[in-house]
Write a protein that binds this ligand. Structure first.
Ligand SMILES: Cc1ncc(COP(=O)(O)O)c(C=O)c1O
Length: 280
């Protein structure tokens, strides 16, 4: 936990900490470690030796699953969106996954859309043998339970936890693990207003009910997933200059940009202590 002295917050009576969850493990940073923890335990306990998961060509989750397989003795299969990538040189993310032993299976977008269908998983089983399936982004009830352990590790006084939100599993878990009186906000990195529904659904699948005081802020996506703006780039460069912390443009940069703008808008009452989680 690092307290950041940033006048955009202090001038409004707010305190800001950054939780360096990205430092949990060099190959399984932040929410990757938390999401995989109980998935790997379930795979092991059910006697599986192979993990199969889904992602785009730049997916952090694909990288992390490949690394986890190499570290903990599972074979791994990555089903990658985009059959046009087959046979082409691998980008650095996929090259890393392949180096860690992941078998890469490229599928077209129509097939990829079927990624959650049991019939599609059966087809994949008939082609690749049995496996323990982990959904895209790693977000399932086991992941939510892993993320729910984060609030208990916060050892500063706080009111609000801020996280980036992609598939919603991280927010679903953190919110569920909050002590009474604290809340969480997720900054959506994708365009659209579906994330609150997805977070609620993940909590229901995990606990049979909704838990915690949380909301999704849909105003900080900068045009959509992996899209950027001059303003976001300038914010990230300035943040690095002020605090010596490099933020990525896809997740944590967008979250801190959204959080800072919200602070400047006066969205948080003076006296609010905020923990921003560096999830990767
Ligand atoms: C660094 C980082 N932060 C946040 C997220 C978003 O997490 P979630 O998909 O659980 O919303 C991701 C993607 O998994 C990520 O790689």
């Amino acid at each position: 936990m690092h307290e950041l002295h940033d006048e955009r917050f202090t001038a409004r009576g707010l305190r800001l900490w950054i939780m360096r969850d990205d430092l949990i493990h060099p190959e399984l940073p932040g929410n990757k470690f938390r999401k995989l923890k109980y998935n790997l335990a379930a795979a092991r306990d059910s006697g599986h030796r192979t993990l199969l998961t889904f992602g785009g060509a730049y997916s952090n989750h694909i990288r992390a699953t490949a690394a986890a397989g190499a570290l903990y003795g599972f074979a791994t299969i990555g089903v990658i969106r985009g059959d046009e990538l087959a046979g082409k040189p691998l980008n650095p993310s996929l090259a890393y996954a392949a180096e860690r032993g992941m078998r890469l299976v490229f599928v077209d977008r129509a097939a990829y859309r079927r990624r959650a269908e049991p019939a599609f998983l059966d087809e994949l089983r008939s082609q690749h043998g049995d496996f323990f399936a982990i959904p895209e982004g790693g977000s399932n009830p086991a992941a939510v339970r892993g993320c729910a352990e984060l609030p208990a590790e916060i050892d500063v006084p706080y009111d609000l936890v801020a996280v980036p939100c992609g598939t919603g599993g991280t927010l679903a878990g953190i919110a569920a693990g909050l002590p009474a009186g604290k809340s969480a906000v997720g900054y959506a990195v994708l365009k659209g207003d579906f994330l609150a529904r997805d977070v609620a659904e993940l909590q229901r699948q995990t606990y049979g009910e909704n838990r915690g005081d949380w909301r999704v802020d849909n105003s900080a996506h900068c045009g959509g997933y992996a899209r950027t703006t001059h303003e976001l780039r300038a914010f990230i460069a300035d943040f690095d200059h002020r605090h010596d912390i490099a933020l990525d443009e896809i997740y944590v940069g967008k979250m801190l940009h959204g959080l800072t703008r919200a602070a400047e808008r006066g969205e948080f009452p003076p006296g609010t202590d905020i923990v921003a989680v560096k999830t990767g």
